[in-house]
Design a protein around this ligand. Structure first.
Ligand code: SF4
Length: 76
């Protein structure tokens, strides 16, 4: 699974770091960044993405590049 954080959206709440500290960390500007997209199992990373209050975490399938989260239909 590909994991990306949109730093323009992230508000630096730190929740993703609390949930998956081996995957995310806060950078010098206090925004989340991905350090290891395989640092936790997919369910944990998905939970972090779903828990992000501003949906700044994007998950894509590694093979098909299909966006897994947020669901595409949510953007309509
Ligand atoms: Fe940023 Fe979302 Fe992580 Fe909070 S949970 S630090 S807003 S990416």
């Amino acid at each position: 699974m590909k994991v990306k954080v949109d730093k323009d959206i992230c508000i630096g709440c730190g929740l993703c770091v609390s949930l998956a500290g081996a995957v995310f960390r806060l950078d010098d500007s206090g925004k989340s960044e991905v350090i290891d997209e395989h640092g936790a199992d997919d369910a944990t990373i998905r939970l972090a993405a779903e828990s992000c209050p501003v949906h700044a975490i994007f998950l894509n399938d590694e093979k098909t590049n299909e966006q897994l989260f947020p669901p595409m239909e949510a953007k309509k």
